[in-house]
Design a binder for this molecule. Structure first.
Ligand SMILES: [Zn+2]
Length: 482
């Protein structure tokens, strides 16, 4: 059994509350916070009001029964989550909402063939009814994986994107979503002209942006989402970038993922210097732009990407699931390119960002052994930073989420480290956050990354509000784990 099933009865549903737990987080100034017995206070607005060691008797705030006197002088409930560890919520910079039912299918195919065989038929069916049925389950699946912020592509259809936003609003997850835009190589079977498709796509995207961008105090954001250069005319790329700029919204697309895709872009845009230049000519590169993959860039493209301020969503599990390649992460970080992590479901087979960290770490190891990267490999706490604070910074949200620091919004997860124990609880050796070998926070993260258990995330919160999905939530009873 997982440890402490009774905790499900006391996980806080909404702020204010004070959590007692092990706290591990990257810090904005660099380095990591690690409090073995920590105290994290969330105020009534869902912001982190205090972070520190749990006070000893007679030292600071007194615990009276199940409550404590807060920094603001009011009485708030104390939730003892030991032996769980509390981390910042994970940030998935790249996934495809309509594709979750396909996760795990199509291994090893080249991108363009995989799209035609597996993805376009599925997305074509993603209408408003499908979104009503699937989007709530998808958001629960993200939260169960520890993701509290997801940047998502919808399908081509405005109504289903609208319903996906409504589902995100109701669920409580933080989300950046966009209607996919395509005015060629599309699964839209309507016989209208390309010009009419362009006009319709721009209008519908602008309407969705107006309706949803910055909804609920900025918890929901809009991203103009031209699929990739193969599916978009130069006009569509340029006009969508202009609309995003005018609205202060994000702009997301794919770049340089697969050899066949790159060859097709060269054919379609003979005037462009390279793949990145197609987006550069559209005026689309800047700090609100998130480019997925970017794994086969030339030296010129790496330099220009760094200079432009555009962000990269690194999706290592997808890059190996499809036969795409490996990304020179160390080189990008050295060049100063802001990078976060993406699951790219269903190009990646799993929504877990812990899994993305694991595969990303293996890829970097393999590249180093093969002599492709000479920089030192990243450690487990570096991977946590990529999946939390760096992801937040990539979205321009580094001041408000991504770490357990005072003043930030309380986007948190509670993780049952015992679920990762190699021999199970009671079989000897370190089984949880109290185990001697897990004193070092890097060891604790190493367990979470390399022995991720699908049920180890026991609670997820956005602004201190608990999300449905993790197995301790009332709608999803705790399952025994053998
Ligand atoms: Zn993708």
């Amino acid at each position: 059994m997982l440890a402490s099933p009774l905790v499900s009865a006391v996980l806080p549903d909404r702020p204010p509350f004070v959590i007692r737990a092990r706290l591990v987080s990257p810090l904005a100034v660099g380095g990591a916070l690690d409090l073995r017995d920590g105290r994290l206070e969330v105020d009534a607005e869902g912001r982190i009001a205090a972070v520190g060691p749990w006070p000893a008797v007679g030292d600071g705030a007194a615990v009276v029964g199940g409550s404590v006197v807060s920094a603001a002088g009011s009485t708030v409930p104390v939730i003892d989550l030991r032996p769980f560890a509390v981390l910042p919520g994970l940030i998935d910079l790249h996934a495809h909402l309509p594709q979750l039912p396909n996760a795990g299918l199509g291994f090893g195919l080249p991108l363009l063939e995989w799209l035609e065989r597996y993805v376009f038929p599925l997305e074509r069916e993603f209408d408003a009814d499908a979104a009503d049925r699937l989007a709530p389950a998808a958001f629960r699946a993200f939260a169960a994986a520890g993701t509290t912020t997801a940047m998502l592509y919808g399908a081509l259809w405005e109504p289903s994107t609208d319903r996906a936003f409504a589902a995100a609003e109701a669920h409580g997850i933080r989300a950046v979503i966009g209607k996919v835009m395509m005015d060629r190589l599309s699964y839209d079977e309507d016989p209208r002209t390309q010009a009419a498709t362009l006009e319709l796509s721009l209008r519908q995207s602008a309407e969705l942006c107006q309706r949803w961008h910055r909804r609920d105090g900025g918890r929901l954001l809009y991203a103009f989402t031209p699929r990739f250069a193969v599916s978009c005319s130069a006009d569509m790329l340029r006009e969508s970038a202009a609309l995003a700029d005018a609205a202060g919204a994000h702009w997301q697309t794919h770049v340089s993922e697969d050899a066949g895709e790159i060859a097709e872009v060269e054919r379609l845009f003979p005037e462009a210097r390279d793949y990145l230049d197609v987006y550069d000519r559209a005026g689309a590169l800047g700090p609100r732009t998130v480019l997925a993959h970017a794994i086969h860039l030339s030296d010129r493209e790496v330099g220009r990407l760094a200079e432009s301020g555009a962000r990269v969503a690194h999706c290592p599990e997808s890059n190996l699931f499809l036969s795409s390649g490996t990304m020179p992460l160390a080189r990008y970080l050295e060049a100063g390119i802001p990078v976060g992590l993406g699951s790219d479901v269903a190009g990646g087979p799993d929504p877990s960002i812990f899994r993305a960290m694991r595969v990303g770490a293996y890829v970097q190891n393999a590249r180093r052994v093969a002599g492709l990267d000479t920089a030192p490999i990243l450690g487990p706490l570096d991977w946590l930073r990529l999946g939390t604070l760096d992801g937040a910074r990539a979205l321009g949200l580094g001041e408000s989420i991504g770490s357990l620091e005072v003043g930030k919004e309380a986007d948190l997860i509670a993780v049952d480290v015992a679920a990762t124990a190699p021999l199970g609880e009671g079989a000897g050796g370190p089984v949880g956050s109290s185990g001697p070998e897990l004193d070092d926070p890097a060891d604790l993260l190493s367990r979470l990354i390399f022995r991720s258990h699908p049920a180890m995330v026991r609670g997820a919160w956005v602004r201190g509000r608990r999300l449905a999905g993790p197995p301790a939530a009332p709608d999803s009873p705790v399952q025994p784990v053998s």
